[in-house]
Ligand binder design. Structure first.
Ligand code: ATP
Ligand code: MG
Length: 459
């Protein structure tokens, strides 16, 4: 006999007889509950509602209102909603609620969240931890590039939930430090990326190590056919919730600027010279490093974030950008998915993205949670056919113009200019007058937003 997720208790204890997963069938989207509902009315426990309210989170977003009743009832979920629409809480609340009553053994977590990047793991852990803490649960974060000892200690300390990048988690399992046989709820955030070829074998092995009757929640802003391979194998009668129109949020103004190749860096420097926070994407790690240096030399101190940096530098640079110590950051696509930095006004595709989903995710670092934002794609004439095709697939019609470093359109996009920080001669590191030592240059001058290079691996 098969037990459907909706029919089993939300807090079913572990160690019960395992049942085979029932035949998979995809259902139609369930109707969303009425607008204006509350988290409590959706079935969220008072202790969790209190934690949310402390952060000013009072009214559920549409994806949360749609997903929570089914997820809290134990159903498997495919959840798709635009970038910045609140998917993290859509899986965090049911995950914590489900595990609240139960007992976790050493090295045997009961909740698992898999994410593609270390930065996203850290961010999801930050959202989960206060919720988990409110019901007596703990969260461990597991990813590569940092010593494994504290991670092992957290697992031994009976962490209830593990937020992990697949590579390091697989390593720890291989060494006997973690077992997934007690996992009751598994989440794949950015599920379509977790299903792409780079991650799929590892993700499949990890999910196979979890009990077959566990609840599984898959989320992304671009939940396309790529997830089918995982959904068919690991989800039982999932409920699919698609909220919002596909593509980037409507409140983004999209621009497409065609520039001569030799003027690309100068155009990006002009765009990033405004007071607003700017996130700039390049295709390669080396390109990110070089452009960050060029921006800094041009008077806009820029942090860099990519896989050639040691993890300490990655964390410091993201923190400097998040705190406003530098207002520009140049990143590869490791910053494209899931990262939430408050108040990014402008996303610049200094290199056009490889495909339309990358456009959607990169662009979605601005205009989050209902805010407005601007996205500029900088292309050369040779790239225009490829870019036109990906924009069409992303459902975007940008305002297009030819541009050079002096073009008026750059100033109108960049907004009021920020104070220019003069770099030290022969160095990418800017200096400030003593009177400005607590401003952006204080961090910039420390060199803290750059960092020694190291070959990084995914996760
Ligand atoms: N109900 C809510 N009320 C107010 N703010 C909320 C609510 N839910 C989430 N937020 C805030 O919205 C922001 C974006 O949420 P989140 O990171 O979960 O988006 P996302 O849908 O996962 O985006 P992405 O696709 O880029 O990963 C966060 O700052 C979060 O705190
Ligand atoms: Mg997210």
């Amino acid at each position: 006999m098969s037990v459907l997720p909706a029919e089993r208790p939300a807090n079913a204890p572990v160690g019960q007889p395992r049942t085979a997963r029932p035949r998979r069938s995809r259902q139609h989207p369930a109707p969303s509950p009425a607008p204006g509902t509350t988290f409590a009315a959706l079935g969220v426990a008072t202790a969790l509602v209190t934690v949310l309210a402390r952060d000013g989170i009072i009214t559920p977003r549409p994806i949360q209102a749609a997903v929570l009743p089914d997820a809290l009832a134990g159903r498997d979920i495919l959840g798709c909603a635009q970038t910045g629409s609140g998917k993290t809480l859509s899986f965090s609340l049911p995950l914590v609620a489900r595990l609240a009553r139960g007992h976790t053994m050493a090295c045997r977590p009961r909740g698992l969240v898999l994410v593609p990047t270390r930065e996203l793991a850290t961010q999801v852990e930050a959202v989960l931890s206060p919720l988990a803490g409110a019901v007596g649960l703990t969260v461990a974060v597991v990813f590569g590039g940092t010593p494994q000892r504290p991670q092992v200690a957290a697992l031994r300390g009976r962490a209830d939930i593990v937020v992990a990048c697949p590579g390091r988690l697989a390593d720890l399992i291989g060494q006997g430090h973690c077992h997934l046989g007690d996992v009751e709820v598994s989440v794949l955030d950015e599920a379509d990326q977790m299903a792409d070829l780079g991650f799929l074998p590892e993700v499949r092995r990890l999910l196979e190590a979890t009990p077959p009757e566990g609840q599984r929640l898959l989320f992304s802003a671009t939940l396309d056919g790529e997830v089918d391979v995982l959904a068919r194998r690991f989800l039982a009668r999932p409920v699919r919730h698609d909220v919002d129109a596909a593509g980037p949020p409507a409140q983004i103004a999209h621009y497409l600027l065609t520039v001569p190749p030799s003027e690309r860096a100068a155009v990006v420097a002009a765009l990033a010279s405004g007071e607003g926070r700017a996130l700039i994407f390049t295709r390669t790690r080396r390109g990110a490093s070089k452009l960050a240096r060029q921006l800094t030399i041009a008077g806009t101190p820029a942090a860099e974030l990519h896989g050639d940096l040691a993890q300490g530098a990655r964390s410091r640079n993201l923190a400097a950008f998040g705190s406003g110590e530098v207002h520009a950051m140049v990143a590869t696509d490791i910053a494209a998915r899931g990262l939430h930095v408050d108040g990014i006004a402008l996303v610049i595709h200094a290199d056009p993205p490889a495909e339309h989903k990358a456009y959607v995710h990169r662009s979605g670092r601005t205009a989050r949670a209902g805010a407005a934002g601007t996205v500029v794609t900088v292309q050369t004439a040779a790239q225009s056919a490829e870019v036109r095709a990906l924009m069409r697939k992303a459902g975007v019609t940008p305002r297009a113009a030819a541009a050079g470093p002096g073009s008026a359109v750059l100033r109108s996009i960049a907004g009021p200019p920020a104070r220019r920080i003069t770099p030290v001669a022969g160095s990418a590191r800017p200096v400030l007058a003593a009177t400005q030592a607590t401003g952006s240059g204080a961090v910039a001058a420390s060199g803290g937003f750059r960092g020694r290079s190291r070959q990084g691996r995914r996760g």
